[in-house]
Design a protein around this ligand. Structure first.
Ligand code: MOS
Length: 682
């Protein structure tokens, strides 16, 4: 068990970042660049008619206006990236054109002068439980079965001593990395496109850009050495990258595009809202006789995205009978996309809230309820766990938090004017890896590792240096890790908490090969990764929250959040701690603040800025502590880490919601838990 809070550590690029020498996408000094400013549809459904660019073209500095009538055809079916190809509008904020000018200000001013006629159709942007157009997707992300089950759920519920049936809802949420999405595109005389982008994966970004533009991957170079956060929103190529590329081709000069914070709400992806129906039955000893998790969420009209919201329920508890289902409704919204722990984040909110309700109904301690339902094998698949230490996390967390002797009665504790309470929830996230390549070379008395990985602020460069140094048996200061360019050996995304395991396997392999050769080594882990079947591999954790609730205003504060995680071997404690507490903070933010308002009348997302889309700030998180249990798991990759980027957000919102119930006796089942909702249930 980690005992201290490491706060000092070395970041390979730390000095470059604090001195401003680290260039982010928009900052690369590309000579002669001009600026593109997007035109976005003000309707959520319909068609584009006539476009009048005359006034805009006459304005200062304007070079050209791009729109459907002049754009190039694409080699893609990807609706969101085949810019301006169709006259169809399927969501408010869709890119319909762009103005290119000598300065950003001139481009922006002229964009307001382009006249676009629209023929609007009726739109539908609101997900509701009784929506008539629900359908069953063929699979859910990443390629999981849509519906699963075993046993007789109806009989399990009928025979239960205690039952819970409740619906939990979560709103549209948006990633808000500190660095907004931006790209600079530049074509050389040989037809090679260089894109300075902010991406979670240079290899995948290159391949997507090439496919969309009908190019060979060798004709695209992605440069992305530093990324100011992503959380999933930079895991897929976003439309501004394609805009920069086609604009640069149109004007035969480099073109810069930066999304504004407001534009990100339409163009950078979002987390689908969810409506989750939970049904649980248990015998008097707390053992689950039935567990059902039925999910409804939205997708776009032209692009299908099926968040794997109930997948966590297939993993967590050993119910005698189980059912999980997913249904979608196609709405006039941008395609949903990845946001930290897609699936597990909303799913664990519902499951872990329902488990708390079951504990209350049983009169059982919520830690003990989870312990008695801890399965010996993965419930849905029957696969053995490579390692599973949820119970150890619950026990260690309870000890550190001071859970023992907790009075279960809700709404009876006061601290001054505040009602106080505590809550617990479990966390989980899959431990996976993807094939990767890497090289390692002896250079200048040290070593250089090359891999097209991405450091999105996590410290990947530093962690990979640690892995290389330990294989080479040298100090990490002698290893230089070069990442963030598509010209480097192909590597998978920084996503799915798979980065370190995927890249680390290849880096370790390349360093082992270097030790044999003396000068150079390379590795391709495709064969190794193909043999990864046979075990259920997941991280687990337990989170404990203390809340204060003002009974007059409904204000909720979280003075204390404590998590204990079991995520395999922790490679770099400083970096790991920051991932855990970052995830937990994002979970707190989800519990109390984060919500993108949907405008049912006009379509689209409103309150689209950081003044109105509230994200937890320092004053909201006075004490967030993360600890971990050192797991030795021989069934993982040689480095032994399970991935830590996402598990910290899973379960947090439930722990806080459960604590709010304990403080007040009122259960808000609709995130975020705002003062208005809390007072309305009181
Ligand atoms: Mo993360 S949502 O897998 O980029």
């Amino acid at each position: 068990m980690s005992d201290t809070h490491p706060i000092e550590g070395h970041r390979a690029e730390g000095r470059d970042k604090v001195t401003g020498a680290a260039w982010y996408a928009f900052e690369h000094p590309v000579p002669d660049a001009v600026y593109a400013y997007p035109l976005q549809a003000p309707i959520a459904s319909g068609r584009i008619g006539a476009v009048d660019t005359a006034e805009a073209l006459a304005m200062p500095g304007v070079i050209t206006v791009l729109w459907g009538g002049v754009a190039i055809p694409f080699g893609t079916e990807n609706f969101e990236l085949a810019l301006f190809e169709r006259s169809e509008v399927t969501y408010r904020g869709q890119l319909v054109g762009a103005v290119i000018a000598d300065t950003l200000e001139n481009a922006r001013a002229a964009a307001a002068a382009v006249r676009v006629d629209y023929a609007p159709d009726e739109h539908d942007v609101v997900l509701r439980a009784d929506h008539p157009d629900q359908f069953r997707p063929e699979k859910i992300n990443p390629a999981l079965p849509t519906d699963t089950g075993y046993g007789d759920v109806a009989a399990g519920l009928a025979g239960a001593t205690v039952r819970v049936a409740a619906t939990y809802t979560t709103p549209v949420q948006h990633n808000n990395p500190m660095e907004p999405h931006a790209a600079i595109a530049s074509w050389d005389s040989a037809g090679v496109l260089t894109v300075y982008d902010s991406t979670q994966g240079p290899t995948a970004d290159r391949d997507t850009i090439a496919a969309v533009l009908g190019l060979d991957p060798d004709q695209v170079r992605v440069v992305s050495p530093h990324v100011g956060g992503g959380f999933g929103s930079k895991g897929t190529t976003r439309p501004h990258v394609i805009l920069a590329a086609i604009a640069a081709r149109a004007v035969d000069r480099p073109v810069k595009v930066a999304m504004t914070r407001q534009q990100m709400f339409a163009l950078a992806g979002h987390r689908t809202p969810t409506i989750q129906r939970m049904e649980l039955g248990a015998s008097a000893d707390g053992r689950l006789t039935a567990l059902a998790h039925d999910v409804l969420e939205h997708t776009a009209t032209r692009t299908e995205f099926a968040e794997q919201t109930a997948a966590c329920t297939r993993v967590m508890y050993g119910a005698r009978a189980m059912r999980t289902t997913h249904r979608l409704v196609r709405l006039n919204v941008p395609a949903p996309s990845w946001m930290r722990a897609p699936g597990e984040t909303p799913g664990m909110y519902a499951l872990e809230s329902a488990m708390d309700e079951l504990a209350v109904a049983l009169g059982m301690d919520p830690v003990e309820l989870r312990v008695v339902n801890d399965p010996s094998a993965e419930p849905e698949s029957g696969l053995p766990f490579s390692s599973r230490n949820l119970v150890a996390c619950l026990r260690a967390g309870a000890e550190r938090f001071g859970w023992a002797g907790r009075d279960p009665r809700p709404g009876v504790r006061r601290r001054g004017r505040w009602l106080t309470g505590t809550g617990v929830a479990a966390s989980t996230y899959p431990a996976r890896r993807r094939p990767s390549t890497a090289t390692a070379s002896a250079v200048d008395g040290g070593y250089e590792v090359r891999i097209a990985a991405a450091d999105i602020g996590t410290g990947a460069r530093t962690a990979l240096g640690d892995i290389a140094a330990s294989v080479l048996g040298v100090d990490a200061a002698r290893v230089r890790v070069v990442l963030g360019y598509s010209a480097l050996p192909d590597a998978p995304l920084a996503g799915g908490s798979m980065g370190t395991a995927s890249w680390g396997s290849a880096v370790a392999g390349a360093c082992e090969a270097l030790l044999k050769d003396g000068e150079h080594g390379s590795a391709d882990t495709a064969d190794d990764v193909a043999k990864d079947g046979g075990w259920a591999r997941h991280s687990f954790g337990a989170q404990f929250a203390e809340v204060l609730v003002d009974p007059l205003t409904g204000e909720v504060r979280v003075p204390r959040l404590l998590g204990v995680f079991a995520a395999g071997h922790i490679i770099n404690p400083v970096l790991a701690r920051s991932q855990f507490i970052g995830g937990m903070t994002m979970g707190l933010s989800m519990a109390l603040f984060e919500e993108t308002a949907v405008d049912a009348t006009a379509g689209g997302f409103v309150r689209a800025d950081l003044a109105q889309y509230h994200v937890a700030s320092c004053a909201d998180v006075p004490s967030v502590e993360a600890f971990w249990i050192e797991e030795v798991d021989p069934h993982l990759w040689p480095g032994g880490g399970k991935g830590i980027g996402e598990i910290g957000i899973t379960g947090t919102a439930a722990a806080i919601g459960n604590a709010v119930y304990h403080a007040t006796g009122h259960r808000v089942r609709d995130l975020p838990i705002t003062p208005a909702k809390l007072l309305a249930t009181a």
